[in-house]
Structure formats: C-alpha cells, structure tokens
Design a protein around this ligand. Structure first.
Ligand code: AHM
Length: 280
C-alpha cells in the first residue's frame, strides 16, 4: 500500500505543475457522463495512469474520465478508482480543485474500500491519507511532510448544500433552512474536495448532495467521489449516508453509478437520517 501512496504523491506534484501551466481550454472529447473534457482533465488522467502502470501491487484501475476498467498487474492486490481532477472547471476562476482516489480489494464496491486518498490543489498542495485514521501532509520544498491528524467533532458549524435548489425536495429544503436558521455558516465553493476538506479541518458540519427532482440518484459518483470521502469521514469519526443508509453499504452495479450523499460529523448525519426516515 505504501507504494501506492508514494505514487499518488508523485501524481500530485506532476498535476500541480500542469495546473500552473495554466491551460484551461476545452478538448474535443467528452467523458462517459457527456461532459466536454478540459485538456487539463485528460493530461491529469494520463499522468496518473502512467505512474500507476509501474506499481506492481495495483491489479486494476478505473478513472472517472474513462469508460472501462484497465487491467495492470495479474499479481496485484489493489484496485484503484480515481477522479484525476475533480471540479476542474474551477481552475479557470482560480478556486481550489482536487484529485480523489479510492483503493479497493477484490472488487470495486463500497464494502471493499480499504483506503482513500485525496489531494487539494489550492494556495498550498495538501494530501490526505485515510487508513486507520486520517493524516494530512503538505507539499513543502518538493516533498510531503506530515502536518496533523484530522478528527471531526461530534457536532460542527459549517453547512455545504450542493445541487440546484429549485430541484430540492421540500423536506430537504426545510433541513437546510433550519440549519441556517440556527448557528450554521454557509461554506460551498462547488468543488467537493476543498468543501469537504474545509469541514474536516474545521472540525465538522454537513456537506450534502441529495437526490433531486431532476437527478434522483444525485450527481456524485460512488466509486470516484462518494466512497473515498465516505471512508475518510468515517475514519475521521464522522459518518456518510445516502439519506437512509451508510453509503459504504450501497452496492455498485456500474462503475459510473451515482448516489445521493451526505458527509458530516455524527450529530449532523443523525439529523439527516431523522429527516429522511419518513420520506422517499
Ligand atoms: P464534476 O465531476 O463535473 O467536476 O462535478 C463534481 C463537482 C463536485 O466537486 C461538486 O461537489 C459538485 O460537482 C458541485 O455540483 P453543483 O454545482 O451542482 O452543486
């Protein structure tokens, strides 16, 4: 597993260099969800694939930018699903973006995730590894140095409500409004990596991307986005649910399946479960 973490550190340094080169133009290609890919998405994807190809313990990889699973090493133990550059359209406006990696054994399913890593490309580059606990490293003078262990409090102060409000179910709108009418502060950039990172660093709160009238199964992809962050939040002593159940218990039928997702500290997640229990 250490070889995978070292390879991810290398991808982070190379992707940071790509971001700094500043090419945010569109390519001619679309990804599997029909989004036109930026050249930066494609280049980041290639960087990761090339670096992972040399890591013998990786059996298979699958990228959010690609349609199918790729086989790497017959004797490999781990399967990695990754989003090379989540929120890449935010590079244009100079907001933070990130890479997300879910490391699985046996099959690409939430119940089989064994580690998660994400990288935040902001004013600083930070890399977070969730395994037994959640450790944050920062890129300083060309190498990643340990900074701190991230642990959520029982209850937080931040509220990050995703998706289009006109498509929210009334009970979801009520939940979000109620939180704002209490002491919660709005924090939402439109990039799940920095938005969830902020909640983890600042001790807690709620990030929601619900099922909506136009997208009943939400927008966030299980393997590349939802499961890695669900694993990270659980290891940081928080929780992640789809409204009714723990997201890591949800079966995956197709690699690009999406799921409604709520990540947060335990009090906020219990509150979501209470509201959603009687709906849907
Ligand atoms: P992308 O895969 O097109 O980059 O979309 C993923 C991003 C997440 O980072 C973010 O949480 C979400 O889309 C924001 O969506 P919305 O603008 O609908 O709230």
């Amino acid at each position: 597993m250490q070889a995978i973490f070292e390879a991810i550190k290398q991808t982070a340094i190379e992707i940071q260099n790509l971001i700094e080169q500043g090419d945010t133009s569109k390519s001619e290609q679309e990804n599997s969800t029909g989004d036109t890919q930026l050249k930066l998405d494609i280049k980041s994807d290639l960087v990761i694939e090339k670096i992972f190809a040399d890591v013998k313990c990786i059996k298979q990889i699958v990228s959010e930018e690609q349609e199918a699973i790729k086989h790497l090493h017959d004797d490999g133990k781990y399967l990695i699903a990754y989003d090379p550059l989540d929120g890449s359209s935010l590079v244009d406006v100079n907001l933070s973006v990130g890479s997300i990696f879910g490391i699985y054994e046996n099959s690409f399913e939430g119940k089989n995730i064994v580690a998660a890593v994400y990288v935040v490309f902001g004013p600083r580059v930070e890399l977070i590894i969730a395994q037994d606990d959640v450790k944050m490293y920062r890129l300083l003078n060309g190498s990643f140095e340990f900074i701190q262990t991230l642990k959520l409090q029982q209850k937080g102060t931040l509220n990050a409500p995703g998706s289009t409000q006109m498509c929210w179910e009334p009970y979801h709108k009520q939940l979000i409004d109620d939180m704002f009418n209490e002491t919660y502060t709005m924090r939402y950039s439109g990039g799940m990596v920095p938005d969830l990172h902020q909640i983890l660093i600042k001790g807690g709160g709620l990030f929601s991307y619900p099922g909506t009238t136009d997208k009943p199964k939400g927008k966030l992809r299980q393997l590349f986005e939802v499961f890695p962050f669900a694993y990270t939040f659980e290891k940081a002593q928080g929780a992640a649910v789809d409204g009714k159940q723990r997201v890591l218990d949800i079966p995956t039928e197709h690699i690009h399946d999406t799921s409604p997702a709520f990540f947060g500290s335990c009090d906020e997640i219990n509150r979501v479960l209470k509201v959603y229990k009687n709906h849907g």
